[in-house]
Design a protein around this ligand. Structure first.
Ligand SMILES: *Cc1c(COP(=O)(O)O)cnc(C)c1O
Length: 262
């Protein structure tokens, strides 16, 4: 948990914090889910894990799977960032590139695990992805020593968002906290399915295009639950343009020393 002094001063929020999940072993929050999936596979003597990804979930499963001695079959859109493909290949994953997009990679991976077997780790498909990701709330609460007033989270498929809600809902059920924080789902204006569904009530597939490749999703695979959580707990959805994303990326790096992907 970062205490970004320069940003706190500049924006006048002395209790502004940054939760950096880039320090997980493969470099993203996705490891929280991959560790649980790998443990489940080993417990049930499943030797192969299948996953579709925009990049990070794939390289995460590949790395965590390598350490756990599992075979990893990975489906990525051919537009995935080369750095993430190289990372997954170095970990030893078997890589398949879908020529359309992430949504196609998702379907192909399901077809593969349904016909050939293996444990499918797809985000929103495997419930352990939410169970793993909720651990971020279990960390955040003791680190801040109270329920945060607001949490801002970048959203593509909506699984991290639902995981954060699940963590706080569990803490509420355990009587450890009294309220759920106000959560703001941040989407890129070029990949805004949840934002649009919050306003129109329906999910429609519009081809997404944004520099933020990790949240570039046409139809969010966990959209319904994300929307339900936001509506039930007074959450908000906010759009940001690619220009704002790139400016914020630069500001995080140059004012705090936190280098992140867009
Ligand atoms: C996966 C990911 C997201 C979005 O998570 P969803 O569960 O798809 O909403 C945001 N940022 C980064 C860096 C990610 O890897």
């Amino acid at each position: 948990l970062w205490h970004p002094e320069n940003l706190q001063k500049k924006y006048g929020f002395p209790e502004l914090y940054l939760k950096d999940d880039g320090v997980n072993p493969t470099g993203s929050l996705k490891d929280r889910a991959s560790f649980l999936v790998a443990a489940f596979a080993r417990k049930h003597h499943i030797r192969e894990v299948v996953v579709a990804s925009t990049g990070n979930a794939g390289s995460s499963m590949a790395g965590v799977g390598a350490a756990a001695g599992l075979k990893v079959k990975l489906f990525l859109p051919k537009t995935a960032p080369p750095a993430k493909m190289i990372q997954a290949l170095q970990y030893g994953a078997d890589l398949v590139l879908a020529d359309k997009n992430y949504d196609q990679a998702f379907s192909l991976s399901l077809e593969y695990s349904n016909t050939r077997g293996g444990l499918n780790r797809n985000t929103a498909y495997n419930p352990m992805t939410i169970e793993g990701k909720k651990t971020i709330s279990f960390e955040l609460f003791p680190q801040i020593k109270k329920v945060p007033d607001h949490i801002f989270v970048s959203v593509g498929d909506g699984v991290i968002l639902s995981g954060i809600y699940k963590g706080f809902r569990d803490l509420l059920k355990l009587n450890r906290i009294k309220n759920i924080p106000v959560i703001h789902a941040i989407q890129a204006s070029g990949s805004s399915a949840i934002y649009r569904a919050m306003n129109s009530g329906v999910f429609e597939g519009i081809t997404s295009e944004t520099v933020a490749d990790s949240i570039s999703v046409d139809i969010p695979s966990n959209g319904l639950l994300a929307k339900k959580n936001l509506e039930s707990f007074g959450g908000q959805c906010i759009l940001v343009t690619d220009e704002e994303i790139l400016l914020a990326q630069k500001e995080l790096s140059s004012s705090c020393g936190l280098f992140s992907e867009p």
